[in-house]
Design a protein around this ligand. Structure first.
Ligand code: AMP
Ligand code: MG
Length: 324
């Protein structure tokens, strides 16, 4: 055996070892959008840091509580020319409001801010205040001229119900542009975004939180790229005189949704749609939610009622295992 062939042996061994080990896992924790996020990416070390920056920029632009965000400036009556991405986000939000019959309402801020759910200064608003606020949330307030947007006077956006789902979707676009990043699991508060196939060949295992306290209601096993988004009153609420007021509001009444559902988990390929839907289905209740699932056919859901009854759409029957 010549020297050249001998020299090849360590190179070959290295390659075999690399293949055996598979792509390395890189994880990072950060705080953004009012929640702890864990970003795990297989195969590329720099991507978790990049995704963190992406998420923080989105928060700066879209937060309703930051006075200098794009959303706050629109809410203050400014006319703004938006980037292609943000223009698309808001136009898709408009369409989803219509498609859900207003159960998801991206311009509900005059009402949500009365309850203090975005600021943490909770209170039960009076009847008159609610009526006045509801008057400015009744119809689509967006006026577009090309990419330039202005809101109707008195109207205010709150994208809290969709921003994390959309963020997951944007992270997937970034991951797709990086061939070394073969898979990812992004935990963005109540939102999970999976990407690709887990390198060890096992499915993604995603816990569905019990809405009744600590622990899980069950586990979902999925393969590939999915948004898994949960909405539930248990995530944010306050109590006054023995009554619990939860943060998901029925845009028809301006009061916390009382649909009989304690939580909704939506699985959908489209992150923004998953997030808008998780909120909308919780407002609609089980029957309307199931009717929407029949009609749309592009999402699956786990519906948990206040009495603990769990309803699965048929696409999840083999994917969901209830907690033992
Ligand atoms: P999520 O946890 O995705 O269901 O979003 C809940 C947040 O969205 C709340 O904290 C409010 O800021 C806002 N919100 C509440 N009710 C609605 C609704 N019916 N439509 C749109 N946004 C809402
Ligand atoms: Mg949502």
């Amino acid at each position: 055996m010549g020297f050249k062939r001998l020299a090849l042996i360590p190179v070959l061994l290295f390659c075999v070892l690399l293949t055996a080990c598979g792509p390395r896992e890189h994880s990072r924790q950060c705080f953004a959008m009012d929640t702890v996020m864990t970003l795990t990416v297989w195969g590329d070390e720099s991507i978790p840091g990049e995704l963190q920056k992406l998420l923080q920029n989105m928060e700066n632009d879209l937060s309703v509580t930051r006075p200098d965000s794009l959303v706050s400036r629109l809410n203050a009556g400014q006319e703004l020319t938006l980037s292609r991405e943000y223009g698309e986000l808001l136009r898709r939000a408009q369409v989803l409001e219509e498609e859900t019959g207003g159960a998801f309402c991206p311009w509900l801020y005059p009402v949500t801010k009365l309850w203090g759910f975005t600021t943490g200064q909770y209170r039960v608003p009076g009847e008159r205040e609610l009526e006045t606020a509801l008057a400015s949330t009744g119809q689509d307030p967006m006026h577009w001229e090309g990419d330039t947007l202005r809101l109707e006077k008195g109207a205010e956006l709150d994208l809290g119900a969709i921003v994390k789902g959309w963020a997951g979707e944007q992270c997937v676009s970034r991951l797709k542009a990086c061939p070394e990043a073969v898979a990812a699991l992004l935990s963005l508060g109540g939102n999970i975004q999976t990407y690709g196939e887990k390198p060890d060949g096992s499915p993604w295992r995603i816990g569905v939180q019990s809405p009744f306290g600590e622990g899980l209601a069950g586990t979902l096993e999925l393969r590939g790229t999915w948004a898994v988004v949960t909405s539930g009153g248990y995530e944010r609420y306050f109590e006054e005189n023995g009554v619990r007021y939860t943060h998901i509001l029925d845009p028809a009444t301006g009061r916390p949704a009382q649909s009989g559902l304690a939580s909704v988990t939506v699985v959908c390929a489209d992150g923004l749609r998953a997030d808008a839907l998780s909120t909308a289905l919780l407002v609609m209740g089980r029957e309307k939610a199931m009717a929407l699932w029949e009609a749309w056919g592009d999402f699956e859901a786990v519906l948990i009622e206040m009495d603990g009854t769990v309803t699965l759409t048929s696409g999840l029957e083999n994917a969901f295992s209830p907690a033992g």
